[in-house]
Ligand binder design. Sequence first.
Ligand code: SF4
Ligand code: SF4
Length: 340
Amino acid sequence: MLAKRRLGRTNLDVSLLGFGGIPIMRVEREIAHRAIRAAIDLGVDFIDTARGYGDSEQKIGSALKGIGARPVVASKSPRRDGEGMLADFAKSLENLGLDHIEIYQLHCVNTMEEYEKAMASDGAYQALESLRSQGRLGFIGITSHNLQIIRRAIDSAKFDTIQILFNLLEPEASDDIIPSALDHDVGIIAMKPLAGGCIEDYELGLKFALAQPGVVAIAGMADEEEVRLNVEVAGRPCELSAQDWKCIEELRSSIGKHYCRRCDYCQPCPQNIPISFALHIENIRKRIGDEMMRTDAYRDLLAKVEDCEKCGRCEEKCPFDLPVRDLISRASSILSEVLR
Ligand code: SF4
Ligand code: SF4
């Protein structure tokens, strides 16, 4: 059975490995059901999904129907206004077939403007507070790629959980954010332990995230086989050996030369290109598949990357010396292949 970790002040004890609900978007319902039920049978009792993950909520809802086990379910919405958040929460309840959700998160709050909007008196946070006082929601969380926003959320004392990027290529949260969240008794959920598919050595990638005390790592899993592999790693002792550290350093120096850390120091781009989003397009494709990418959001992204004027300002600002112009061209080719 998998070890448990306490999710901060929620007092929920959940398996240190959670089921990440993105990849089930791209598989048939039956395959998703089998993956979810296998995970539960093997001791995974935390599932994370989102309104924005296609039919992930529906698949989780139907997989949970008729089985005795009741894992902790977390979902999230990108809405920053109160009305929109209430509508999304109601939709999540319906999709998941639940009358109560343990954790609901402000999804991907990546700018201070979005944070302010969500925290305003008519914003999404207040809507979640009202749902909590009605007993329809247990705890309120926030997810972000931006550690400054997470810092602000922890200091506000308003959030029960944070969901952060944490993997061997993006370990920065361990410097200050994770210790601070532990001090404030905020539950810590680590997303993208395999850097969205960029770390191919899944054993080492997962072990690195799980070795961080106090963190619950959610790994995306599409089928039973992936579930079994991940659970097997999570069931072993997760201390990192000298050999592991050697491999981590090697991976950092090889992948790190073209891996975008989503810090957004390269912004603003004069052509308004969402550079970090574009630079992760290959991994997004691996996770969600071509079919799910044939939407206006990705067509807009293609139009934007095609507008890159190769001015190089992004490269001057990137602290990791990434060849951003070449990577934008690559993103453009991938998007063209998928969309045309
Ligand atoms: S090179 Fe392209 S992506 Fe970079 S700042 Fe210029 S226009 Fe933006
Ligand atoms: S391209 Fe460089 S500066 Fe821009 S988000 Fe990625 S790592 Fe950060």
